[in-house]
Ligand binder design. Sequence first.
Ligand code: IFM
Length: 459
Amino acid sequence: MTNNVHDTALARGGFPADFIWGTSTSSYQIEGARHEDGRVDSIWDTFSAQPGRIRDGSSGAIACDHYHRWPEDLDIARGLGTNAYRFSIAWPRIFGAGGAPNTKGLDFYDRLVDGMLARGLQPWPTLYHWDLPQALQDRGGWMARDIVHHFTDYVDAVTRRLGDRVPQWITHNEPWCTAMHGHMDGMHAPGIRDVASALQASHHVLLSHGLAVPVIRANVPGARVGAALSLHPIRPATDSPEDIAAANRHDGLRNRWFLDPLFGKGYPRDVLEAVRDAAPRIEAGDLEAIAAPTDFTGLNYYFPEVIAAAPGEGPLHARVVHREGVERTAFGWEVAPEGMARLLERIHAEYRPKAIYVTENGSCYDDAVEDGQVHDAQRTSYLARHLAALKDTIAQGVPVAGYFAWSLLDNFEWAEGYTRRFGLTYVDFATQQRILKDSGKWYRAFLGGTPAVSKFPQA
Ligand code: IFM
């Protein structure tokens, strides 16, 4: 596959005219300004201060300093030729444990949204991308049922303030990660390792999504609401009945545990049977609330998984098989554009969402600056091949309406700190200089953008 946009049949014009083209980021990963304008600590501030939690001992306290540099960053997004920008709102800038919303926090997102609109970028906010106020964690966080009401209060405040300019809303980013990395394997904040806690947290995340949908609709006329899910195509390692059953169980918890209740099918019975005593407490009406009709499903796609039976391993007696000889990113994630196509086809065939947006897709490589440039040919190839797969999938009739590349900027990659770069833009974290990588230039050529020169007053 060539990396040159001009040598391929791949061009923006080959996609629907009203297609949404964007990049994606999240608050804790880029904003910094930890204590500015009334922001309180989040679980990630606490977690990253604990020794051994973050690979390079870093935190998001400064990150890309986007809180101060957002005009430059939005100029980059506009210069790429994108027509949308996905970002997340930091709950700890709006509320701690309750009380009145923090006006200065809301003001920041007000300015940010106006900055997007001025640049022709549709704002695509995510309401929860993992930065829970620590004060709410101290009350049990996602494991405590009360969290769902705190979430809807927060959603109410934000959508009242921004809803006059923002019709599209993403409730949660990757509920699997919130629940499982946060509470089962402990790799993410709050760092708990307990299956029952993870499943209870997952139920409360889903319930908070379902209860937020009518709040958003009440505050935002014509709102379009959905959740962004991290999903994976899953295959058994062999044709053995044991591996096939293990792959099904793994698929159950990775994918169906979230898709099924969101689409009114309840929690998958095979997973409930597998986890037995660890199953979440579900109250009357919860499943109906979770299945509140939505307008789209967001897919965050990164890699497929191959699964083998592993008696005694984890709650599902299954393990991920590391296959040799396949292409991988620097993170070790298998590169498989056809996996994204398979997933999109499956979501459409089995769940029939009104629309699907690829809300994240991207790759991490060990980028280096050479003479002021970053020649990230592998990321360009990754991007081009995923877009080619996407184009074919749309041609097959799957209603994909948008694509957001992860990420606009290199940023704080959670437990990996700053050791993993996913950006189309290189960030020198010592100087905060931004350099558009070759992949960003490729995306710009593909989209027909023009190099970023600010036409806007800087904040
Ligand atoms: O950086 C993350 C993002 O916050 C959620 N989706 C996956 C990305 C890469 O790991």
